[in-house]
Structures are given as structure tokens and as C-alpha cells.
Design a protein. Structure first.
Length: 137
């Protein structure tokens, strides 16, 4: 397999094996107009297996989405073929408009303009709860 290096863009590395497609969907990468490569189950000395995403274009990524899907992933910013920045991602305290409340009686079901806001309530088990009705996200 041959995946070219990128000139200007982002590499999301150390993604838990099998999580890259969920990340792809939540980041809305299907709507970007630049090449996106997903490498699934790549061999990793540290993790055993991992996924990697390469985005060959300058886009703004919602780091909260990455932290929600896979805390511990790293984001490498590439400029002129060189890594200029490396960020280790952690779980965000608050998620806004990343996931939707599943409770049909939640106010977000009837009030369309309300933002879907979730707060981290259990870091160990990665539990987020709706700020309006406390439903688990």
C-alpha cells in the first residue's frame, strides 16, 4: 500500500483501531473538497494496531470531536511537507452540537434552535450527559 505524504494539511494519528470512520463522519470530512486518506489497522509498536487519517488541505478541525471519539489521539499540523505542530487531544469538558440528545422529551427535540450541549460527567467511563435533561449521550 502506498499513501503519499501531504504537503499542507493535518494528520490525525494514534486513533484507536476501528474508530476512524466514526471520526470521519462526526468531523464532516465527506463534505471537504480535498483528499482524505484513512489507514485502518496500521501496525503500531505502542498500540498494537491503530488508525491514521491524512487530510491534504487546510481545514479547521473541531478538536472536541476528536477528543470525544478518541482521547489520546494526536493531531499533527503539516506545512510545506514538515510537521510544525503536534497536539495531544484530551476529552473536552463540554460538547456542543457534536452529538444529539436521544430523549424524545428533551427540550432540544421541540426547540429546534437550541444547541445540543453535553457535559462530561464520568471521565473514566467516557460518559457525557445532556445539560437540559441529563440523558446519557
Amino acid at each position: 500500500m502506498n499513501i503519499d505524504s501531504i504537503r499542507d494539511g493535518v494528520v490525525i494519528d494514534h486513533i484507536t483501531a476501528g474508530s476512524s470512520m466514526r471520526l470521519y463522519e462526526l468531523l464532516g470530512l465527506d463534505a471537504v473538497d480535498c483528499p482524505v486518506a484513512i489507514i485502518k489497522n496500521a501496525v503500531s509498536r505502542k498500540m498494537g494496531k491503530k488508525d491514521i487519517m491524512k487530510i491534504d488541505g487546510e481545514i479547521n478541525l473541531n478538536l472536541d470531536v476528536i477528543g470525544y471519539v478518541d482521547p489520546g489521539a494526536t493531531v499533527n499540523v503539516i506545512r510545506n511537507g514538515e510537521r510544525v505542530e503536534k497536539k495531544t487531544i484530551d476529552m473536552p469538558q463540554t460538547l456542543t452540537d457534536v452529538i444529539r440528545c436521544k430523549n424524545p422529551r428533551c427540550i432540544t427535540s421541540t426547540e429546534q434552535e437550541l444547541r445540543h450541549i453535553f457535559r462530561l460527567t464520568d471521565r473514566e467511563n467516557k460518559v457525557y450527559r445532556c445539560v437540559y435533561c441529563e440523558t446519557k449521550g
